[in-house]
Structure formats: C-alpha cells, structure tokens
Write a protein that binds this ligand. Structure first.
Ligand code: NDP
Length: 313
C-alpha cells in the first residue's frame, strides 16, 4: 500500500471515530453552557463558519452569526432561525476597525459580553500548484491581523465564569512552524518564533511585515518563506504563533476570569475557498472548533489541533 492510500485509510478511520464520538451526547456534568451562553462566529455566512454557528445553535447556545455582507449574513441566519435555532445576525468585517468597533459596542449593549469567540473569517487566493502573492496583503490582513484585532477587541468583553471563556482560531496545517515540506527556511527566525522566551507580538508582526515588504520589492521568492501558498501559509503561521502567545498572556488572569485560546486545522474542506475540492465536508470541518469550544473539564490552552487531537505547531 502506498503512502497516499495509507493516509486515506487513516483519514477514513478517524472520520468514523469522530462520527461515533459525535453521537455521544454531553452529560449534564460536562455541559457548562446553556441558552445564555453567547458564541460569536466570524465569516459565518457560508462554509465552515456557517457550520460552526449551526452546530453551536444545535447545542442550544445563543449564536451571533456575523458576516461582512449584511444581506448574505441575514439570509444565512434566517436559514438557521427557520430551523428554530437561536441565532442573531450582525455585520462584521474583520479588516475594518470601524466595523469591529460598532460590533463590539452592539454586543456590549445587547448581551453585556460573550463567552465564545471563533475566528473563522479567512481568505486564500491560490489553488492547486499556484503560488501567486498578488493578494498577499489582503491575505495577511484578513487572516492574521483580522484575527488579532478581533481577539484584542473582544477579550475585554469575555464574561467571567467558572468554566472560562473560549477562543478558537480556525487555522491550517500549512501554517506549521516545522512542517516537513512547507516551512520558513530561516532556522534562526523559526527558532525565535518557536521559543516562548523570544516569541512576541512584535516578532510576529515583523515577520509578516518583512514578507509583505519583500512582496512589494519583488525579492520574496528568495526570502526563505513557506513554498506552498506562501502568503496564506505565513498568515496561518502567524495565527498559530499568536495563539500560543495569547495563551501565555491570558494565563495570568485570575480564577473565574480565565480565557482559554486554541487553534485548529479543519482539514481539506469542500468549500468555496477550495473550489469545493477536498476530503471533508464543512460539517466535519466544523467539528473540532465546536469540540474545542466545549472542552468540559480539562482546561487546555495555547495548543494546535486537528480532528480532535493535539498536533505539533
Ligand atoms: P469560505 O471561503 O467558504 O469562507 C470564508 C468566510 O470568511 C466567508 O464567510 C467570507 O465572507 C469570510 N470572510 C473573508 N474575509 C472576511 C472579512 N474581512 N471579514 C469577515 N468575514 C470575511 O472558506 P472556508 O469555510 O473554507 O474557510 C473558513 C476558514 O477555514 C478560513 O479561515 C480558512 O482559512 C480555514 N481553512 C479552510 C480550509 C479548507 O480546506 N476549506 C483548510 C484550512 C483552513 P464572504 O462570503 O463575504 O467572502
């Protein structure tokens, strides 16, 4: 059996395990959430984000489904509302500071705060073997800075609770620091990003900014950046490292005000982003986000997951 077949077999086995796990209901003891629990999902008008919102709502949460386009977002929310689910819509463009500010004010006034934030909104303009950086700035701004700005704005609005508030960042294995076939070539930079003592927000920002500068002056091809979907991989690498960093920053919070933050890769999912190519349905791609947000009694933070298992950064 070749490597591809073995990988396919492993994927199929894990898929079956997860579909079985999903049939086991959470016990009353595990269920820390209720209809008063407020979950925000970014980029939830379609794809994985829509499914995350759907699954949260099926578990009885109050879901704030957000989308940058009001009309499509309202339509998406209507689909869930017509199924009797507790879903409200609000406009949110994660690259627009004004939109984020309006959203945060509305959340504060309407609900007082939130319990779960899923940073799902993202873009990618490459497919197959393409590796264009034509939209690099948009990719880095949406996937990394958008996620970061949402975390910074929403963290003060996360409500205190005994079980802790949760942030889940939808990332990708393409953003692994030590991916075997796709990683930053500069060993010293990789080590600095890997080492908790040298990791800082400035370092992550400098890394993506230096890439964008090289895109502008045309020198990026010899910059030692990830080789596959370079802009996208780097944006998700930044999301992953920022997740680790934030977990450390947030760990200082006192008991009762904890916030746990993790990231995950949904797999290769059949959505608009992949031109509906992939191994996985949006429903399956959403599963680990919901599972992570619900983790009942083990307070996990700063980790990277795929298919309900921790994986290496
Ligand atoms: P889709 O393209 O279907 O969904 C992306 C969503 O993000 C859309 O709702 C889109 O809105 C929204 N979005 C884009 N830019 C913004 C913005 N500035 N503000 C708010 N929302 C925005 O793709 P997926 O569902 O596949 O992707 C969801 C997440 O999963 C992304 O972060 C992606 O990187 C990640 N991912 C996906 C994989 C896959 O195989 N599909 C693999 C690994 C990670 P609009 O409809 O207006 O464009």
């Amino acid at each position: 059996m070749g490597n591809k077949e073995r990988a396919k077999e492993r994927r199929e086995k894990r898929r079956q395990e997860i579909s079985f796990l999903r049939t086991i209901p959470y016990s009353d003891h595990q269920r820390w959430w209720s209809s008063d629990t407020i979950a925000v999902v970014t980029g939830a008008n379609r794809g994985i984000g829509f499914e995350i919102a759907h699954q949260f709502a099926l578990h009885g949460l109050t879901v704030i489904l957000t989308s940058r386009e009001t009309k499509v977002g309202e339509e998406a929310a209507k689909v869930l509302q017509q199924g009797g689910l507790n879903v409200v819509f609000h406009q949110l463009d994660v690259v627009d500071p004004f939109s984020i500010e309006l959203f945060a004010d509305w959340v504060k006034q309407t609900f007082g705060g939130i319990d779960i934030l899923v940073n799902n909104a993202g873009v990618n303009f490459n497919a197959g073997s393409d590796n264009s950086v034509e939209f690099a700035e948009k990719v880095i701004c949406t996937n990394y800075f958008g996620t970061k700005n949402m975390i910074k704005t929403m963290t003060p609005l996360m409500r205190p609770s005994a079980s802790g508030a949760r942030i889940v960042n939808v990332s990708s294995r393409l953003g692994r620091l030590n991916g075997r076939r796709n990683r930053i070539g500069n060993l010293s930079l990789r080590q600095q990003l890997e080492d908790d003592d040298s990791l800082s927000e400035e370092l992550i920002d400098q890394t993506v900014t230096s890439f964008l500068e090289q895109v502008k002056d045309g020198s990026w091809t010899s910059g030692g950046w990830p080789q596959v979907f370079t802009d996208y991989s780097l944006s998700k690498l930044a999301v992953n490292t920022f997740t680790r960093l934030m977990s450390r920053v947030l760990s200082d919070r006192p008991e009762g005000q904890k916030i746990y933050i993790n990231c995950y890769c949904p797999g290769w999912v059949k959505t608009a982003m992949t031109g509906w190519a992939g191994h996985t349905s949006p429903e399956e791609g959403a599963d680990t986000a919901v599972w992570l947000a619900f983790l009942p009694d083990q307070f996990v933070s700063g980790k990277f997951f795929a298919e309900r298992r921790e994986i290496n950064y």
